[in-house]
Design a protein around this ligand. Sequence first.
Ligand code: AMP
Ligand code: MG
Length: 355
Amino acid sequence: MYTELIDLTTISEEEREQTMNRAGEIIRAGGLVAFPTETVYGLGADGMNPDASARIYEAKGRPSDNPLIMHIVDTAQVEEIAAEVSPDAGKIMDAFWPGPLTVILPRKRTVPSTTTGGLDTVAIRMPSHPDAREFIRRSGRIIAAPSANISGRPSPTRAVHVYEDMKGRIPMILDGGPVGIGIESTIVDMTGDHPIILRPGYISLEEITDLVGEAEIDPAIAGRTPAKDLVAKAPGMKYRHYAPKGQMILVEGETARVVKKINELTVLRQAEGFTVGIIGTEETLSLYPEGIAKSVGSREQPQTIAANLYRVLREMDASGADYIYAESFFDEKLGDAIMNRMLKAAGYRVISCRR
Ligand code: AMP
Ligand code: MG
């Protein structure tokens, strides 16, 4: 299949009009279109058409019990797919939509079980990215979309990442430039008596608690090690995700010690003949004389770390790193979300240089 990559940032109004029309036609015919959102690039299909959502699983190589998020542009569309919206769910949608937050609600029977992975619930998000909104609106459908990567690869934060993974598998990629946030939406389960965060993201636990009172992070994903006896409520959280090809190891502790430790390990591995990648920051990059060191962003601006993380993981793959040593990050708002992705990418391998 020929994969068209269309740069929305440079085309004329008229070409944009034609592109959005064709994207809508592909969706209505049951096909797939990748599109930018504020979090990561999505791989979209008509969420109410079981054959179309089945194509998403096929293109990604995704396990079929891992449900898809339904993307809407208008709150009225919630009624088409959710059986019930509690007052707190309503508050959360009002406060954070359009934006990087997904709510889990009881589903209507009309939603195909291929889309919901056989669950009784449905995941819904209203993105804020203008290209995403136009694409969804013009398709006239509710768009089921997971991240537009091959399962197990880092989520795409640029159209070229989608192209690397989806070339030959889908007919169209809409390029809206690099995304703003760079990590997937916060997922909050609103089907119980208080909100439970199933996946941390840009919208934090504190922001949700401030709005509706008691809320918690799913204990199965809250820890620094994979929870052995607990089953994550978001089926996707159980899969090994976001994994670079090399073995990644997080190094945590006071920054000066971390840098020293990473340099020691790098020299050691290089002496053994391995290629070593280092994930550092603006503040530390010049302190790594050996290895392939890249900055993931600035410690002063953790949102830059979220925005660059998946790109840097892909670059580590491309550099052929056998070992990847990464600094750790703590931040009140974004720390959970960033560390959740980094711990998974590292397969929970952490070296602590606290003493
Ligand atoms: P992705 O958009 O590819 O990053 O994945 C969507 C995430 O949403 C996965 O982790 C799914 O397990 C989760 N998800 C989707 N629908 C539901 C649902 N009904 N209940 C719980 N988690 C869900
Ligand atoms: Mg994904």
